[in-house]
Design a protein around this ligand. Structure first.
Ligand SMILES: *[C@@H]1O[C@H](CO)[C@@H](O)[C@H](O)[C@H]1NC(C)=O
Ligand SMILES: *[C@@H]1O[C@H](CO)[C@@H](O)[C@H](O)[C@H]1NC(C)=O
Ligand SMILES: *[C@@H]1O[C@H](CO)[C@@H](O)[C@H](O)[C@H]1NC(C)=O
Length: 300
């Protein structure tokens, strides 16, 4: 019994570890570049003085400190101002992104899917001539996670305007790159369905809710959520159809339709001709001219 518990404890220690930390100085939001925790350290209980940026981790051991909580409150304000209803976007998309970054920063199993490397000077996405000291991280998520979060965000104004964000992978890569000026972290996303990938189920943007993971949200509409548009329903479902040339698809369908109809009518004409032929062979010689005219009509 004791051995079992000890093994369980050991297991928990091996898998529940934090891989990055960030310190900020007062006034808030003046944060230093996050650094790798090497070797990874256990998660901890933290009582935040500011509101919890990640209500889904309330009362749990986490990997995010008081400083990181305050920094996230600020970053999440920016997410709302970029993806939320105040700019014509969808609050559920913004809530899904917060949920994802909360798992990146606070989840007690952080070291399993967030691999931290060195700090490096990289060009800022905002001002490429300016170099920013950022922590390089690899974040592994499942393919279904990337599809779900992309589907909830793909009709937000900011997302539709940027061509790099037109696929689940592109969308997340872009979020990781945007983290350079905001979080001083350059996150490269990796997609895998293995055990080291974070898997989360997200609310679809069509969900009729006012609370998502503890965040206040307004329901989204067809203006910012593809799932809410009745007419687009069939086109919207598989995201792999994105980018298909619909004119070519239309022409192919038309060709197939004409071909099918031609086959159908020529078979009909041929059957009729054969029937008349046998009738003619029985002595009726009028039919063939009529049927030749008929089949010419359908071939034209
Ligand atoms: C947080 O609060 C709980 C209960 O009030 C307390 O037991 C714990 O020691 C506190 N943790 C810290 C880091 O202050
Ligand atoms: C991230 O992944 C790349 C490619 O596998 C690897 O070269 C790099 O060392 C990784 N970085 C970290 C911090 O693990
Ligand atoms: C959304 O939920 C509210 C309250 O639960 C309900 O009154 C409203 O009719 C629902 N809207 C839709 C579009 O289903």
């Amino acid at each position: 019994m004791v051995t079992k518990m000890w093994i369980l404890l050991l297991f928990a220690q091996v898998y529940s570890l934090c891989s990055l930390r960030q310190n900020c100085v007062q006034p808030p939001y003046d944060c230093q570049t996050p650094f790798s925790v090497n070797p990874p350290s256990p998660p901890f209980m933290e009582n935040f003085t500011a509101p919890y940026a990640c209500p889904m981790f309330l009362g749990q051991e986490v990997c995010c400190s008081q400083d990181q909580n305050e920094a996230m409150n600020y970053k999440f304000f920016l997410l709302d101002e970029t993806f939320g209803h105040s700019v014509g976007g969808c609050d559920i998309c913004a809530a899904n992104l917060k949920n994802l970054w909360c798992h990146f920063t606070c989840h007690p199993l952080q070291s399993q899917y967030v691999k931290t490397g060195e700090q490096k000077y990289v060009p800022s996405p905002v001002e490429p001539t300016q170099l920013v000291l950022a922590l390089l991280t690899n974040f592994t998520v499942t393919n279904s996670l990337s599809c779900e979060i992309y589907q909830s965000c793909q009709k937000c104004p900011y997302v539709t305007e940027v061509s790099a964000m037109q696929s689940p992978q592109g969308f997340l890569e872009f979020q990781g790159y945007e983290g350079i000026p905001i979080g001083l972290v350059w996150t490269t996303f990796y997609f895998s369905d293995g055990p080291d990938a974070l898997d989360l189920q997200f609310l679809p943007c069509s969900a009729n809710v006012t609370n998502a993971y503890g965040y206040q949200v307004q329901p989204c509409s067809c203006n910012n959520c593809l799932n809410q548009c009745q007419a687009n329903y069939l086109v919207a479902a598989p995201s792999t159809l994105e980018g298909i040339d619909w004119i070519i698809v239309g022409i192919v369908y038309l060709v197939v339709l004409v071909f099918t109809m031609t086959l159908f009518f020529s078979k009909y004409a041929w059957l009729k001709w054969r029937k008349n032929k046998s009738r003619r062979e029985e002595g009726n010689s009028n039919g063939i001219y009529q049927d030749l005219a008929l089949s010419n009509l359908y071939y034209e």
